[in-house]
Design a protein around this ligand. Sequence first.
Ligand code: AMP
Length: 574
Amino acid sequence: MLLQLTEPGMTSLPHAEDVHKAIGIDLGTTNSVVAYSENGQPIVIKTRNGVSLIPSVVSYNEGITVGVDALDQLKQDPKSAISSVKRFMATPSKPVYQDKTPVEISADILTFLKAQAEQSLGQSVTHAVITVPAYFDDTARQATKDAAKIAGLTVLRLINEPTAAALAYGLDQGIEGIYAIYDFGGGTFDISLLKLTHGVFQVLATGGDTNLGGDDIDEKIVNHWFGPSENWRQHQLIARQAKEALSNHETWSDGKLHLDLQTLENLSLSLIEKTTQICSQVLLDANLGPDEIKGVVMVGGSTRMPLVRAHVAEFFKTDPLTDMNPDEIVALGAALQADGLTRGSNTLLLDVIPLSLGIETMGGIVEKIIPRNTPIPITLAQEFTTYQEGQTALKIHVLQGERELVDHCRSLGEFILSGIPSMVAGAARVEIMFAVDADGLLTVSAQEKMTGISQKVEVKPSYGLTEDDLIRMLKDNSEQGAADMQQRLLVEARVEAEGLIMSLESALKVDSHLLKLEEIAVLRQELEVLKETVKTNDRDQIELASKKLSENSQNFAAMRLNSSIYQQLVGKTI
Ligand code: AMP
């Protein structure tokens, strides 16, 4: 796979002036926000009603309605519109509402956001940076890009939400170290640990609870006022109003209902403690203590609560960053990134791949091609060869994970490179190239160098990797590392021995006339010894027997080579 070059000056890439108003989009579960950059300053786009939060709700009753109007319909009749479609992006083509898929519904939200931006900016908008949760896998990321494409938006880059929040605070220009992004919204809680080195953010660990947010606090208030009831959602609006007011006041009342700050704090304490428990688990997974965190960025509307701020400050032993609007910060970071990308800024290597990528080699071993935590975009290639004499095809099985054996890693897909001309084992030169683009999507290609035949696949795993899977896979690795390595070395020794046996046996079949009878007998005997040893689990003995056989067959190999060169030269004039 070679890079394509166009004639100088004829590049089809967008010129800076074509895309100078690329926008940043925080495509949220509950709300979405759009922002753009002006003279390096990110600015949030407001709707006609003067608000920046656009509900991620769509109704298909009379045409397509998105945002506040769709939310109004949803409130009147929960069946009349669809919300929280982002929760289903792991299975993007499975219909979730009427016959609409998550990709189509997301595309409708993005179409609306694009139109809002165009109206506000007075010009057409074609390019965007869109944020996704750090734990979104390839499928969900690809689905987000597909939705943008349907909406007529070219995605300059997908970036992780915590990375965008860190960018909004300019942390990429600041002190290197590890930062925590504490994101407490309406329906979800996410905590991410980012490591900043040389302007590159690396996601060290993520954790969270997809059902923990401000809504749960609202529910506690409703229960406090009315007792447990099925239809607490009807009262939620008022509870929310009281809760939000108490971020700035000591008491709240609407004449009939009352709430004071102390009561609110008593009601919400256990929920807030749950978030710091998750933080503590994530730190544990990453082998870090709270005192190793340089700073904490607060994201999401619920971080406006004084009790949340106090708890976070106490847990991390540092005052969290709260200067920016926690609802807008992700979109603002995305807008900065969009601006940087359209101006061709190069300091934007921001994310890393979360799990190593590799292929299966003989014996069910995984050969890593791109190690975990490599900054993206990245392209790395490695040469492989055939194992058997006359082998004309190669199976390329792509895997993700830290463990040494195929069975312990996650299979991302496989393809076959066929049409390799028949050659002796080890003669073919197959270059396998892994390219992960800036959005975290992987393309694997394979090319046989002598003939030029090639194959390529885009790897889109068919099922999602949840953040729990990710944490488990990383944890398994650190627990099993040493045992895995021993197992790998044993398998490698076996594969090498078996290769040696196979090639010597086939050489003896064809060329034994080059040897004396007693030489043949010696080689055959050593072959038998190696065949027996390979069946054991004794790596040292296998390696020893292989070494002996390969030393003793060197002479034979040299004779074969001479004879083959001679054969080729016969009858040719030089
Ligand atoms: P998000 O999902 O980030 O838009 O956050 C929405 C959540 O933030 C809702 O539960 C809101 O009630 C909550 N929220 C917004 N403003 C405030 C505030 N001033 N005080 C407390 N919670 C707030």
